[in-house]
Design a protein around this ligand. Sequence first.
Ligand SMILES: [Zn+2]
Length: 481
Amino acid sequence: MKKKIVYGSFELESNSLTAVLTSRKDFSVSVGRDDTGRNLAYDYMTAHGCEVVHTLHAEAVPGGSVIREDFESILNDLLNAFPEGKIDGVFLRLHGAMDVVGTGSGDLAIAKAVREKIGPDVPFAVSFDLHADVDPRIAKYVNIICGYRTAPHIDIEETHLRAAKLLISCIEHKYLPKPIIVKVPIIADGDSMTTDIYPGNELIGKLLELEEESDMLCLNIFLGNPWVDALCAGGAIVAIPAPGRGAEAEKAACELAAEFWRVRGDFKFRATTAYPDEGIDWALSQPVSPVFLSDSGDNVSGGGSGDNAEVLAKFIERGAKKVLIAGIADAEVIASCRGLNKGDTLECTIGGKLDPASTAVTVSAVFKARGRLHMWPGNVATESVLLGIDGIDVLLSTERIFIRDTVFFDEFGIKPEDYRVIVVKIGYLWPELYDVAKDFMMLLTKGSTCEIMTDCDFHNVPRPIYPLDRDMQWVPEIAKF
Ligand SMILES: [Zn+2]
């Protein structure tokens, strides 16, 4: 008899500091199939003789907290897609930092609802992003938690595979592990925690060492999502013990937590940073091109609204030429471009339509091109236009998107080498853009993805927490509830 595994995903990296909430329409949802192209875990489970039942797969571009009714409607659809009769295991891909208005951790709510549906005896695995804000109460509901171990994330599918393997092993051995969780009171400057340089790389090395030494099923470090202002904010260590090896797993979890704490002050931005005016002047004075700037306070990949035109305004003020702003979310301007031909002019106000805190700028622009951009392969295309403002090109999109690859430029027939400076709404530069950037600087702009934690407007994070309470003392402790 084949083992029946229920499989699904419900993933959002939230940002609770933006005013732009996430609704059901922001999610790409597929029921009974997986359109995300992430097949490694599925292929493994089916190759191991399991019957894998797709329930629902839902993912969205990082964004604001989810409207409660919309979260519940997707969760209900997920639960309703569970098959009737006996099931042997559940595997869900979650982000771990989904904030829901009035609920708090969406991931905790999903885990609780699924456990209530399947009963206490069915092994239940989840995968998390490295930036999960782990609510320790999730240990009451899930048996296996596996997290990415890289930032930028290049081990997403590997992580799914690790979770799937552990799930099958637990089903076969009739073992229901209980995660051991240590919360680590650190909110990390958004883009300073990468794992390919010190101290991130050494922390991951230590994790692998401890995982092997203590013979546990899986050891994880979670950095936390810096822009979720919630009680479950901050880092976490999660250990999944092998049978009878709880004490060793607890010791390893505390040791890794202590190491994370010890190096907390050593994380540095991998890019040069500057406040906007200084960074823009630097970019315009470089002898090489294109120079990339990231508008890190309005980082769409961190949930920023993507509609702040502050940097555009500063380039206009300077009369700069050969600059590309890629891009700004503005559905209204795009609507007013319908029917225009190349070379037509329009008066318009760009930006500030989504988040009241975003800067808007009124300009006289020339319509240059229109196209359709896909945020991810398989996602619905968003209508986009390219406008020219006296030597500055601006790429606008109907939906919030972040430009992370030069393929986005192909749609408009433009090339990076056409520009002196290109501004993108991300944090650290994605590898595909590093390849073409002659130089790069991260602009420390204000906004809901502000990189300087002590400048963020937190009200709900647990205190004391580093770096808000810089002089605090702390020793690791296993979470109890
Ligand atoms: Zn992440």
